[in-house]
Design a protein around this ligand. Structure first.
Ligand SMILES: [Zn+2]
Length: 95
């Protein structure tokens, strides 16, 4: 996938303290704009903390209800690589 480098770049950056607010706000706008974004999902840090492994990677959240990242009890804090991903409206539903 040609944009893999971009994805990895984003994951390797430490998060800003307002990561959750900013990112969820952007997805909230994306949901309003043309309805191209249906929800957000959490891509879980493969070497992540115990807290993140309890998350369901298939769960779709409304930005208002999504767990805040990094998780409050994440051992890696702002270095956590759990990230939000948009779920596009055209994607088939899991399950
Ligand atoms: Zn974590």
């Amino acid at each position: 996938m040609p944009f893999n480098w971009l994805k990895e770049f984003h994951q390797d950056m430490a998060k800003q303290p307002d990561y959750a607010e900013k990112t969820l706000a952007a997805y909230r706008l994306g949901m309003k704009a043309k309805g191209s974004i249906r929800a957000v999902r959490i891509e879980i840090d493969e070497e992540g903390c115990a807290a993140s492994r309890l998350l369901d990677a298939n769960e779709e959240y409304h930005p208002d209800n999504a767990p805040r990242l990094p998780l409050p009890d994440c051992a890696k804090g702002l270095a956590c690589r759990c990230v939000y991903r948009p779920v596009m409206a055209y994607e088939p539903k899991e399950d």
